[in-house]
Design a protein around this ligand. Structure first.
Ligand code: CP
Length: 305
């Protein structure tokens, strides 16, 4: 199912996910041993086109491409011709004409990468589209989980936070279910999307129910930029009922790991002691992100004409 583009986990088969994770594991090893093959993307160019802010995704895509020998350019919307009204498709045609091979797009509108991919020769990689998908985030989360657990089958993953506005939650839900994990979600009703149970997630009734026996506890950021007012009375109240502190973690499995895609609102989704604690793998996720993006780029290169 892998095509020239990576648009969403929902479009991938389990075999594609396994292939990407296998390649990412090898890429991570080569990174840690300083043995990366820097000829894999020789003569290739990657452009990051981000209409929304980013630190991790944009930088790790650029580093991943550079490690593999590609040239990278970053289009900053504030200083590009987007400010003069240039459309997304015209940006795509321009990047094609400039000879760019990969475009990583982050956009506030769900489906924007799918539209761009239909009109460009370059491979389009979804760096997050509205509240729809963030495929490389789910892949790097999976790589991090794989480093701690022998199998996804029966793995209990609890996702707590703003599920409704989260592209990370959706991509994770698609990926984890394809891989055989059991996903529980917990959020205020105002932050739970309709139909989440139909997508296969168990909806927990309270924090203890959500965390009981979990192998992976994933906090999600409050997506303030996508919320109307009034979804949560205050951060303090949110933290009390939906935030995770050291005492809450005691309900989870002893060997549980804590993940968060970042950026994190400290002491809102997770307390600082959880973020900086032994069970936290939040910075391992960031490192895994470079390896996953190296793997995806090298696999997509093989699909390009
Ligand atoms: N996790 C994530 O997408 O982080 P950035 O917004 O910093 O890219």
């Amino acid at each position: 199912m892998l095509s020239k583009d990576l648009l969403g986990i929902s479009l991938l088969e389990k075999e594609d996910i396994v292939a990407i994770l296998t390649a990412a594991k090898a890429m991570k090893k080569s990174l840690l041993e300083d043995k990366v093959d820097s000829s894999i993307l020789k003569n290739k160019t990657l452009a990051t086109l981000f209409y929304e802010n980013s630190t991790r995704t944009r930088i790790s895509f650029e580093l991943a491409a550079q490690h593999l020998g590609a040239k990278t350019v970053s289009i900053v919307t504030a200083t590009s011709s987007i400010q003069k009204g240039e459309s997304l498709l015209d940006n795509g045609y321009t990047l094609d004409a400039l000879g760019v091979d990969f475009i990583v797009l982050r956009h506030s509108i769900a489906g924007a990468p799918h539209l761009l991919a239909k009109h460009t020769k370059a491979s389009v990689l979804n760096g997050g589209d509205g509240a729809n998908e963030h495929p490389t985030q789910a892949l790097l989360d999976a790589l991090t989980m794989q480093e701690h657990f022998s199998s996804f089958k029966g793995l209990k993953v609890t996702i707590i936070g703003d599920i409704k506005h989260s592209r990370v939650a959706k991509s994770n839900l698609y990926l984890l279910q394809k891989m055989g994990a059991e996903v529980t979600v917990f959020a205020p009703n105002t932050m739970l999307p309709r139909g989440i149970a139909e997508l296969g997630a168990r909806v927990a009734k309270d924090k203890k129910d959500a965390l009981q026996g979990a192998n992976v506890v994933m906090g999600l950021r409050m997506q303030l930029e996508r919320m109307e007012n009034g979804l949560c009375p205050s951060f303090a109240e949110y933290n009390r009922y939906f935030g995770v502190c050291d005492d809450d973690l005691k309900f989870a499995d002893k060997a549980a790991i804590v993940l968060h895609p970042g950026p994190v609102n400290r002491n809102v989704e997770l307390t600082s002691s959880v973020i900086d604690g032994k069970q936290s793998k939040i910075y391992d996720q960031v490192t895994s992100g470079v390896a996953v993006r190296m793997a995806v780029l090298s696999l997509l290169k093989a699909m390009q004409k």
